[in-house]
Design a protein around this ligand. Structure first.
Ligand code: BTN
Length: 314
């Protein structure tokens, strides 16, 4: 009896007939059809076309597709899952079982996806890229202050579009959106800290790859004339993250400089909700510890954590 994962391993972005798949797997065409239905129920974006057969939605981040694009350490341990609670939870279990740094879990759908500040995070099969990366930093806590900015920088570089709202939301131009920008991606960092040591960090990334309602779902980021698929974005993110993460050991200044160059926050009027209340003012700089400096009523406020709203784009 063939299981759905064996069928998944045979599917790719070109159509294959039910007959060909049945022969390859040594099962009947009806069994292929049933397994395809099971894969869809499990959350995988399998497409069917009459006379052509079955394929995975182009750009799907299968292990094989990622392996042909990937370089480096990150993504060597990899799982491509259908429906899960949250990739953060799955990778946390891996971390506790001793998984190595750079392990990655991707899911097509999360039923309990979470965002920053207790918000939920929704993702649609095929239309978003939803994954978590395991880090085991060998750095003092103080050097890790820039990790959220490093992750944002890697996200912006991987997508090749837009800019960053402090600390690491990826914004892209959208004339239909309020303020002319919409959030395309976000990052959630969850760390296990004991004393001065960081046991592990689970870095979760959610990207809304396709503009909703777009008729060619395999093409991403048409907004700014860049067309790349989900698996390309993932491979690029892992490569950029690995490089920027290493930079934390020797070049904090360089990280800050390059982060600032991608910032959509600096120089803008902002309103920041912090644990200590609301601050409205001009975002003037990012401090060496990664906090945002906001000038307000003749005072400079240092914001270490908070939700930034861009009040007016210059
Ligand atoms: C934000 O609020 O902007 C951060 C969103 C982070 C969402 C990602 S999707 C993959 C990972 N799993 C989760 O449950 N959350 C993160």
């Amino acid at each position: 009896m063939v299981n759905v994962l064996e069928l998944l391993a045979c599917l790719h972005d070109q159509y294959q007939s039910g007959e060909a798949l049945a022969q390859r797997l040594g099962i009947s065409r009806v069994a292929v059809w049933k397994q395809v239905a099971a894969l869809r129920r499990a959350g995988y974006p399998v497409q069917t076309q009459k006379g052509k057969g079955y394929r995975l939605m182009p750009g799907a981040p299968t292990p094989l597709a990622l392996e042909t694009l990937r370089s480096g350490r990150f993504g060597q341990m990899y799982a491509y899952l259908g429906t899960v609670s949250s990739t953060q939870d799955i990778l946390k279990k891996w971390a506790l079982d001793g998984a190595e740094e750079g392990s990655v879990v991707v899911a097509e759908r999360q039923v309990r996806g979470r965002g920053r500040r207790g918000r939920s995070w929704a993702s649609e099969p095929g239309n978003s890229l939803t994954f978590s990366v395991l880090l085991r930093p060998q750095l003092p806590l103080s050097s890790l202050a820039l990790l959220p900015l490093v992750a944002g920088l890697a996200l912006c570089e991987a997508c090749g579009v837009g800019g960053l709202k402090w600390p690491n939301d990826l914004l892209v131009a959208d004339p239909k959106a309020e303020m002319g920008y919409r959030k395309m991606g976000g990052i959630l960092l969850e760390a296990q800290i004991s004393g001065e040591e960081v046991a592990y960090v689970i870095l979760g990334v959610g990207i809304n790859v396709h503009r909703s309602g777009h008729s060619k779902p395999e093409i991403a980021f048409l907004d700014e004339f860049v067309a790349i698929s989900r698996v390309h974005v993932l491979a690029r993110f892992l490569q950029r993250l690995e490089t920027r993460y290493a930079q934390l050991h020797y070049d904090l200044e360089g990280i800050l400089r390059e982060y600032k160059a991608k910032s959509y926050t600096l120089g803008q009027q902002v309103s920041v909700r912090t644990p200590r209340g609301q601050i409205a003012g001009l975002a003037t700089d990012v401090a060496p510890d990664g906090s945002l400096l906001v000038a307000s009523s003749g005072q400079m406020h240092r914001v270490g954590a908070g939700d930034v709203q861009l009040v007016g784009l210059l």
